[in-house]
Design a protein. Structure first.
Length: 435
């Protein structure tokens, strides 16, 4: 049997490594379709990206068996647009946008569940923008669409609100303007007429434990295959780690499954993976949807591989080929796994960034770990793309183990082995930021 040609939008060496670990990887031949630089740096042009993709695909001398991606806009929306042209399988463009446009997503959620915060739009064009009626402080302000929490601000009072509005006004067009091209391709419902892509959403701040639910929709049936806990740095909205499987009680896990199923059925997704972020408050038993991502989390792939034996990319590939997307349970070498975000909380220049060879040596010396560096030697952290509003990611460290203590110990060993410095000064003890 000949290899099946899988075109991956924004394929990187890191993700190629993970894709090659899926079952039956020998049957697939992976091709890069557009680079991450083309897809996310500066203000993207969707028509130009489509034209580049068309040239590559039209010139390909072979079958185009699947077109996939596991990144947010514009990758998420390019998949259905290209799939429609080249006859490959994907969910509809409308279902993608109903997830990614944060305001439209909330409108869809409230039709079928109560598990969401109070929300509303902020009129950025007003002379004196005000919080929406019925939405109280503390709240989050965020564009309808953004990369990696870019331009998302937690605000506690009117002064914070005005400062956040000023920053969002200045930066919202970079993603919002290209997103409007996508909205123009759709027959929008009355409640979305005139809303556009450069809109700001305000929603009341949620508290509790942050949780991620991963699943897929295959032939109309919603399946949840994993629930992960997301733990922040203390007194921060920035992730410290994702940990799989979740430690939440079984009744809460069942509620997460139920709410996820109802929301995804309402959105009308099919033949695709999804990831939904929640907050669960143990004190009040309140469960709330934070946001819906119309793709699985590629950053969780190693966690599923460590615990279940197969990365979650497997489901994405099988859905695109209309094959059984099911994942095994507990077939991996470890009982639990974590993705750690080694962060720096001030701007600086990165020095002592280890070479690829040095990183591979760390991975050999500490079993059950993988390290992905973010900055390059001499790079200023504030110039890295896709950072949140409060910190800079300098490394992603994946660890597998049989206890939380083992996961933490492996992370500490990796951080110590990296010998990173910023502006020439050694990094502060990261333990102070964790505990």
């Amino acid at each position: 049997m000949s290899e099946q040609n899988i075109f991956v939008i924004g394929l990187s060496d890191t993700n190629l490594r993970t894709l090659e670990a899926v079952p039956d990887a020998g049957k697939y031949r992976f091709h890069q379709l557009l680079t991450m630089e083309e897809l996310q740096h500066g203000e993207v042009s969707v028509p130009e990206l489509l034209e580049k993709a068309h040239r590559i695909l039209d010139a390909f001398d072979g079958t185009i068996d699947a077109i996939v991606g596991f990144w947010d806009f514009p990758v998420s929306t390019l998949v259905p647009l290209l799939s429609e042209r080249y006859g490959t399988r994907s969910t509809s463009l409308a279902s993608i946008v109903k997830c990614e446009h944060k305001y439209w997503s909330r409108l869809e959620q409230q039709k079928v569940v109560d598990e969401h915060p109070r929300f509303g739009m902020v009129d950025l064009e007003a002379a004196d923008p005000r919080p929406p009626e019925g939405v109280g402080f503390p709240m989050w302000l965020k564009p309808a669409l953004s990369y990696s929490s870019e331009l998302a601000f937690g605000v506690k009072n009117e002064e914070d609100f005005r400062a956040a509005v000023t920053e969002i006004r200045e930066g919202i067009s970079r993603v919002g303007r290209p997103f409007e091209y996508i909205l123009d391709q759709l027959d929008l419902p009355p409640e979305m007429k005139g809303v556009g892509g450069q809109v700001c959403l305000a929603e009341e701040a949620l508290t509790g434990i942050q949780v991620a639910v991963e699943g897929y929709v295959h032939r109309g049936e919603v399946t949840v295959y994993g629930v992960l806990d997301s733990i922040n740095y203390p007194d921060s909205s920035s992730f410290l780690r994702h940990q799989y499987p979740s430690a939440l009680p079984e009744p809460v896990i069942r509620r997460l499954h139920d709410v996820s199923r109802r929301v995804m059925e309402q959105i009308g997704m099919d033949s695709a993976t999804f990831s939904i972020e929640y907050f669960y408050d143990p004190g009040t038993d309140a469960l709330n949807v934070l946001e819906i991502n119309p793709r699985h989390s590629q950053s969780h792939a190693e966690l599923f591989e460590y615990v279940d034996g197969v990365p979650n990319h497997h489901s994405m590939l099988r859905l695109a080929l209309d094959e059984d997307p099911g994942l095994p349970r507990g077939a991996g070498p470890y009982a639990m796994a974590a993705k750690w975000y080694y962060r720096w909380f001030a701007d600086g220049v990165a020095y002592g960034v280890p070479s690829e060879e040095a990183i591979r040596r760390i991975e050999r010396e500490v079993p059950g770990v993988r390290v992905d560096m973010i900055p390059e030697e001499g790079q200023r952290l504030s110039r890295m793309p896709e950072q949140d509003s409060y910190s800079f990611e300098v490394a992603h460290i994946f660890t597998g183990g049989d206890s939380e203590e083992e996961l933490r110990e492996k992370f500490d060993r990796c951080v110590a082995s990296l010998h990173l410095a910023f502006d020439g000064a050694p990094s502060a003890d990261h333990q102070e930021q964790q505990d």
